[in-house]
Write a protein that binds this ligand. Sequence first.
Ligand code: PTJ
Length: 262
Amino acid sequence: MNNYLSQKYFIFMIPCNHPRYESLMLRSRIEEGVKNGIVHPTGLIAHGRGEAFDYLIGEKTQKFAENAIKAGVAYLKIAENPVISVNGNTAILSAEEIVKLAEKIKAKIEVNLFHRSEKRIKKIISFLEEKGGKNILGIEGDARIKGLSHDRAICSYDGIYSGDVILVPLEDGDRCEALKKMGKVVITVDLNPLSRTARNADVTIVDNVVRAMPALIKQFEKIKNPEEIIKKWNNEKNLQIALDFICSRLRKFYRNYNLNLL
Ligand code: PTJ
């Protein structure tokens, strides 16, 4: 069976009432993304790590994520030059929402890759354009994020380099730190509340990007008091709430299954 048929066969094999339907469909999208060159092969591993943490938070947008989404929107609302940074995984999972959010907040979209190649940047730009994206940055690579030695330092002068508030879903810790050192406000979406990115960002949305992006769009109209929200925002405290939530869920699992592991 060739690749195309096996992919179709896989989709056909997942009935809508399968208890893991949504999760399996996301896997299928990531797999398709690898096949068509949008997602880097290691994006499969990153997705798997994300899945594990999503399982632990109950695969739902929890209160701590809702609060972070509000804080993220508040920063995006007061931004003068907001930028949405897109990698392979985010593009394949949330292209339409990225385009919609960028329109709402008047943000630039920049493709910025850890495993950078011109070919993949062009593919991701075309993919976002198919969903309605315009003037997408990334290919010019005419500036560098200071203090980074790998290719993710290569960025666009008109985008990430000169932006003030940067939304970076599925970030790697190094770049988050480097962007902070450049004085930028960093908002991230990362299912892992323990990651360096999560701990270094100004706002960490501990949620799946497929739920967080539509929620950011929805909140945009609702938030009328961004300054007040920012004043009260405490990212560290919110991350602790996320971790406490995961721990208490694990304790419940332990009691329910009576595993006697301790
Ligand atoms: O497309 P490229 O070349 O820029 O590469 C992108 C990846 C994601 C492969 C690269 O940035 C990478 O290796 O990332 P890391 O260091 O594995 O970090 C990814 C983080 O995103 C991990 O903490 C995961 O838990 C988290 N994550 C994975 N899938 C999701 C997610 N967070 C939110 N939503 C997801 N769907």
